[in-house]
Design a binder for this molecule. Structure first.
Ligand SMILES: Cc1cc2nc3c(=O)[nH]c(=O)nc-3n(C[C@H](O)[C@H](O)[C@H](O)COP(=O)(O)OP(=O)(O)OC[C@H]3O[C@@H](n4cnc5c(N)ncnc54)[C@H](O)[C@@H]3O)c2cc1C
Length: 413
């Protein structure tokens, strides 16, 4: 454990991780200079509403900010917004900014997140083809959807499905194109994906699976149609591409900091291969003690927050916060999905509740009935109990899990 209470800390990336690490440092009593560098022109904000309330127009921009603008000056945190870091010099301990200027550091935190993966197919550069990662992206999409507009969404993951629900609410007609044989193929079990598929269709979303988009065509520079691998042509006025995210790890790679295909390699305290340099959030390839130290890349707000707290504790020489099992949420229509754990070795599924009533939880069990993960729809008590059951690797009786006469909290005591 180090103790660098007065070190100058520079953070690259003013997103969820970066915004939280600077605040956690000040809360913990850090007295040194803190500089937060971000290439967006805005203070750190919540990204999840970009595909939900903000896209629908029910959440205002101010409400997205992690902290108000005035917080940073009052906490003595220097903001360099609209500033892109272009190189790290490990020997001189400086960060070079685009357009000139540099920032010296004693300790550096990389929090550059990930970027929306691009489609590289004919016509992909046409106007009206959108990606969703930032407020600027969401603003552009808001201008492109609405009553009478035909929207095509490429990718049936959480971002695509949430954007579909928001666009339908705004009166667009929406078709969603998924290359795999089902939606949520990489991130949810088959019964949960089937439930969401049915619900979206019932709400008016047209879903095409095994539909590979091969190219776009345009009129006056704007997308007007797309075509599929089977030759079918679909007319559209706008497209949202939601096919995953790629890590923004090039600064670290170019500086010779250890990376893997999953991003910047860090240990449990978010330390990189370079002493005094940390990395947090979407960009990290991190160990999960709960899964025997196996490495993961997690794209979630709780992950960025947990690592931000760990870095602040490490810098301040304080004990690390307890490990949390990974968790995630998604809101679509009146459905609140909450997931805890990673169901990669799941042997058996137990459903508690009623899918038809839109109130159920799917428990993923290992061969010895250890709870590996829980996917809960409109069942927050099961999600909360799941955090304990998964976090403590509890072994449960599957019959008890399915039995609604046994309160779930009794099973997590
Ligand atoms: C539409 C959408 C919906 C989501 N919904 C959910 C959800 O429901 N639940 C959930 O848990 N998670 C959700 N996520 C994921 C979540 O937002 C991310 O996991 C989280 O923001 C990661 O935080 P981060 O700090 O690693 O990266 P980010 O928040 O992406 O921040 C990185 C910042 O660094 C900046 N940056 C990059 N390179 C540089 C550079 N060289 N110089 C300066 N600045 C740079 C980027 O522009 C960005 O501002 C969603 C994401 C999106 C896009």
């Amino acid at each position: 454990m180090s103790e660098r209470v007065d070190a100058k800390v520079v953070v690259i990336g003013a997103g969820h991780g970066g915004g939280n690490v600077v605040a956690a440092l000040r809360t913990a009593g850090h007295t040194g200079e803190i500089v937060l560098i971000g290439d967006e022109p805005i203070v750190p904000y919540h990204r999840p509403p970009l595909s939900k309330g903000y896209l629908k127009g029910t959440a205002a921009m101010e409400s997205l900010k992690l902290r108000p603008d005035s917080y940073y000056a009052s906490a003595g945190i220097a903001l360099r917004l609209g500033a892109r870091a272009v190189a790290i010099d490990r020997t001189a301990q400086t960060v070079r900014l685009a357009g000139g200027g540099s920032e010296r550091y004693d300790l550096l935190v990389l929090a550059t997140g990930s970027r929306a993966r691009r489609l590289a197919i004919p016509g992909a550069a046409l106007g009206g083809i959108h990606y969703l990662r930032s407020i600027a992206d969401a603003d552009a999409i808001r201008g492109a959807i609405g009553p009478g507009r035909r929207l095509a969404i490429v990718g049936g993951g959480y971002v695509g499905l949430e954007a579909a629900a928001s666009a339908l609410a705004l009166g667009s007609s929406v078709v969603l194109l998924e290359r795999e044989s089902r939606i949520l193929a990489r991130v949810a079990c088959a019964p949960l994906a089937a439930f969401f598929d049915d619900y979206h269709r019932a709400k008016g979303l047209e879903i095409r699976t095994e539909a590979r988009v091969e190219g776009f065509e345009g009129r006056d520079g704007n997308v007007s149609a797309l075509w599929l691998a089977d030759g079918e042509r679909l007319l559209c006025d706008a497209v949202i591409v939601g096919i995953g995210a790629d890590v923004c790890d090039e600064l670290a790679r170019e500086a010779g900091i250890g990376c893997d295909h999953g991003g910047v390699i860090v240990d449990e305290n978010a330390c990189t291969s370079e002493p005094g340099v940390y990395a947090i959030g979407d960009m990290t390839w991190r160990p999960m003690p709960l899964y025997g130290g196996r490495m993961f890349r997690l794209e979630s707000v709780p992950n960025a927050l947990e690592q931000a707290r760990r870095v602040a504790a490490h810098i301040m020489g304080k004990p690390a916060p307890a490990h949390e099992p990974p968790w995630f949420w998604s809101d679509q229509y009146d459905l609140k999905l909450q997931i805890v754990g990673v169901p990669f070795d799941s042997h058996r599924l137990v459903i508690r509740g009623d899918m038809a009533e839109r109130s159920f939880a799917i428990f993923h069990l290992a061969p010895d009935n250890r709870v590996l993960a829980v996917e809960a729809v409109n069942r927050t008590p099961e999600f909360m109990a799941g955090r304990t059951l998964v976090g403590e690797a509890r072994i449960v009786d599957p019959a008890h899990l399915a039995d609604l006469s046994i309160p779930i909290k009794d099973l997590a005591k």
